[in-house]
Design a binder for this molecule. Sequence first.
Ligand code: M6R
Length: 605
Amino acid sequence: MCGIVGYIGKRDVAPLLLEGLQRLEYRGYDSAGVVITSPKATGLKMVKAKGRVRDLEARVPKRFTGTTGIAHTRWATHGAPSDENAHPHLDGENKVAVVHNGIIDNASELRAKLIADGVEFRSETDTEVLTHLIARSTAEKLEDRVREALRHIEGTYGIAVLHADFNDRIVVARNGSPVVLGIGEKEMFVASDVAALVSHTRQVVTLDDGEMATIKADDYRTYTTEGSRTSAEPTTVEWEAESYDMGGHDTYMHKEIFEQADAVDRVLRGRIDDRFSTVHLGGLNLDAHDARKVRRVKILGCGTSYHAGMIGAQMIEELARIPADAEPASEFRYRNAVVDPDTLYVAVSQSGETYDVLAAVQELKRKGARVFGVVNVVGSAIAREADAGVYVHAGPEVCVVSTKCFTNTTVAFGLLALHLGRIRDLSVSDGKRIIAGLRQLPAQIEQMLEREDEIKKLAQEFAEAKSMLFIGRVRGYPVAREASLKLKEVSYIHAEAYPASELKHGPLALIEPALPTVAIVPDDDLLEKNRAALEEIKARSGKILAVAHQEQEKADHTIVVPKNEDELDPILMGIPLQLLAYHTALALGRDIDKPRNLAKSVTVE
Ligand code: M6R
């Protein structure tokens, strides 16, 4: 989705902002722009362009110098991708420049009023409304002008404002869309995502909703939109700048798939308690007394995080014997669900910014529910909104398509399930068994990734398919769901996931040689049932790829995955299918890290 970068200091600002925009490219966008000034300048200089940051760069004139500026990558909501609709947006006198993430819900109403007052619009965006409102304010200070304008706005925003008459500062505000300040030595940064800052500073201040800030080269202050000062102590970002580099891989997706053994090692580190055959989850704030009172667990997430939640729900039921299920947060938030005080609600999100998940959390909290977060990005909106939670420590995930974060989230759920289980009825020996299984994961992931060449060959065949079916039963079903999503997102091949148990209730009609089936066949108590499904497909001349713990006779090919404990098997079984999706997309020449129409963080409805 949209990205914001800003800088004020002594350095030449344009190259800094363009570099920052490049670091935000992974979020997905359709146009970009930059506006700059400097203390001695009398006006603003702006360039914007439809397309990639490199298209913008090509348009930057030679003498485009300054020491203060804001920049943006846009994901179209109001108005098609175009030069005019790209941010920043200027007022009629070219004095106020605004970049904005989020959506202004009452933009058409405000636009109509402004037009009736004689304002001429240059774009179709909702953001331009805000620019004109700021420009029309007669308040003395820029901060008050912005504040006054924001009073008219309904909707979500993360904004940065530059004003030609106040060129010693940038004013920013947040409501529902992230804004992070980066504190440097006699220079300040602002961004919507720490990815744009970490190569310059690791000291950051994350604004809360309803908060604003003024940044100057050597100073910053934060306050509410009502004007009262807030305390904003900087925190240190753990993620290194190098984590955002490709590290010798051709794509981030490939790099992130291959980082999974280390990432899993991180989520386990320091959490296992061998003495009591359990785990410590520091951020959980749930004592044994409260944990015993949980009667149900409801997991909410979107896309891949939802699928990780499906696996998590099964682990919690199996290990802790608490009824648990997962639901897309995007559905849950609209269905006026019954909120039960004895249910533990768990919000799952890689980015911690997904609007549908955040909205579900806010609705739950409004109704008095207790909400835990299982989140990757430290300090993100969902992490802050949740009452407690578990960080998944996957490190920055840049590819739009989630891989390592899916795996780490499932491991984090394994830890949570074990923790709840050992407080309830899971025996010491079962606790030991699960801990041993968790410890085996990194080595087993390495083992599986060694089979890349075999999977690459298979992918060449699958690249010709028009559609694919993914099936799995119980533990295998969420794996099939996630594998199907991975394939369609990155290769654009149509894929459908179905419970293997439902085959004969309909999807069997689709089986023919041209429709390959990927079957998840773990060596668990349902092995024979799964084999029967393979027979049914084979009898109809369907082509089968099995992901299994042993060769499957009925399959045309089996990817053999190392066996772990039954409950933990789903964590591993998705990994070869991430590689399958990757190599299929590669064979088809897709834009792997930035699939069409998709964004990394879906911060709008
Ligand atoms: O950041 P989140 O985990 O909340 O994102 C949720 C989904 O938008 C995300 O998982 C999406 O499905 C990815 N493109 C999956 O690869």
